[in-house]
Design a protein around this ligand. Structure first.
Ligand code: HGY
Ligand code: MN
Ligand code: MN
Length: 415
């Protein structure tokens, strides 16, 4: 039984997490949207952490932070360890950040043990995994496999700022995107460690689990247009109330999403206009997030939702517009890399538990470049996308030890 360390790694992980958690665009809570000032600050902090760990680091044209250790043979296919440092609104501090700081801790551990990896190792902090600001889909990680959609540059945030303009403010480079494309032959795999964001590991008393596949996801922006009117004078049967229509549509989304045990469907944003107490809502812009491990089931579910919303709009005399902007296929993890994680978990004499991921991750995009695998870490109550998100220092330590052991086996096996 490899002794679990004296929490040295756990303490280091928590310290780096706290260092990153300082960066937010909202006082008193963590909101770090892609290309925001806090994303820039967090990227610079991450770059400094990587440099201190002995990685040659830079911030790329789209804002991702890249740290690279050349290794004994710089021409050997590289191993990438990564995750994201952007967040949702009022986020927790571990979602994404944990996988980035763990990559840095691995680099520190190899340096401390004087281990020169046989191949290059890259640690990457992606910046647009949440897709919470612009209508994009894992844009900064898809760029590495040459799948950046130029239309993303013209997408606008809630304030009407285009991604292109935000990138210029961030000191990124829209002209440098094509050059980010990597040669798949030069990458042997991508490892991502992430909080589970679900209740299973905690329910079974496990610190870590090995991901088998990531569910597919559809995301869309939708609009209902009714008619503004005086809340005091328009009779109820003569209204074209956009919010009442969207309320009915939201319940339809909930009902259809619940039809299958492993599908989910959510209306996460609903912006009401004009938004006055005595005005019948004229317009509602809302979003749909629908997911399933089975792509055919997901597509059928979304078709059902669109059909039902159209019928509701028809009956209520309002206009309904549906604009999908993400169709992310279900993504199986690479069997070979999963076995590497299994070996790492077993080297600590921990039980091996496989589980699927309901949440999306940069690993979905990285699977278009190279083999990918993920390790999940228990989080309290399975809570995430919530400031109450938390992990224990013991689990942080175990995750670090598993990742260090896994990476050491990979990067020394070739020598
Ligand atoms: O929404 C997700 O699945 C991820 O947190 N971006
Ligand atoms: Mn995440
Ligand atoms: Mn997230």
């Amino acid at each position: 039984m490899k002794p679990i360390s004296d929490l040295t790694f756990g303490r280091r992980v928590m310290a780096l997490i706290e260092d990153l958690a300082r960066h937010s665009d909202e006082p008193g809570r963590i909101t770090r949207l892609y290309l925001s000032p806090s994303h820039r600050a967090a990227a610079e902090t991450t770059q400094a952490m990587m440099s201190a760990a002995g990685l040659k680091s830079h911030i790329d044209a789209l804002g991702s932070v890249i740290g690279r250790l050349e290794g004994a043979n710089p021409d050997a296919p590289a191993l990438i360890i990564g995750s994201h440092i952007d967040s949702v609104v009022d986020a927790g501090r571990y979602d994404g950040n944990l996988g980035v700081v763990l990559g840095i801790v691995v680099a520190e551990a190899l340096k401390a043990e004087g281990i020169v990896p046989s191949c290059p190792i890259e640690v990457i902090a992606f910046g647009d995994e949440e897709n919470a600001r612009f209508p994009t889909n894992l844009s900064t990680s898809y760029a590495l496999s040459g799948r950046y959609n130029p239309a993303w540059l013209d997408g606008k945030d809630a304030q009407g700022v285009s991604l292109r303009d935000a990138l210029a403010t961030f000191r990124g480079d829209p002209e440098g995107i094509a050059a980010l494309t990597r040669d798949p032959a030069r990458y042997r795999g991508y490892l991502e460690v992430h909080i589970e964001q679900g209740p299973l590991l905690e329910a079974e008393g496990l610190s870590v689990g090995i991901v088998t596949a990531i569910n597919g996801a559809t995301r869309a922006r939708a609009t209902v247009i009714g008619e503004a009117g005086h809340a005091g004078t328009v009779p109820m049967n003569m209204r074209r109330d956009a919010l009442a229509a969207v309320a009915e549509m939201t319940l339809a989304v909930e009902r259809i999403g619940a039809k299958h045990p492993d599908t989910v469907a959510t209306v996460g944003v609903a912006l009401v206009a004009p938004g006055a107490i005595n005005v019948i809502p004229a317009r509602v812009d809302f979003t749909l997030d629908a997911r399933s491990p089975d792509d055919a089931v997901r597509h059928a579910m979304v078709d059902d939702i669109v059909q039902e919303c159209s019928a509701i709009a028809e009956r209520r005399g309002v206009a309904f517009r549906f604009e999908p902007f993400m169709d992310s296929a279900a993504t199986p993890m690479d069997q070979g890399l999963m076995r590497e994680f299994e070996r790492g978990v077993k080297s600590l004499d921990l039980p091996v538990r496989h589980l699927s991921s309901g949440a999306g991750h940069d690993a979905v995009a990285m699977a278009s470049l190279c083999p990918v695998a993920m390790l999940f870490v228990r989080c309290k109550g399975g809570v995430s996308h919530n400031p109450a998100e938390s992990i224990t220092i013991e689990d942080a330590d175990i995750a670090a030890c598993v990742l260090i052991e896994t990476v050491k086996k990979i990067v020394t096996a070739q020598s």
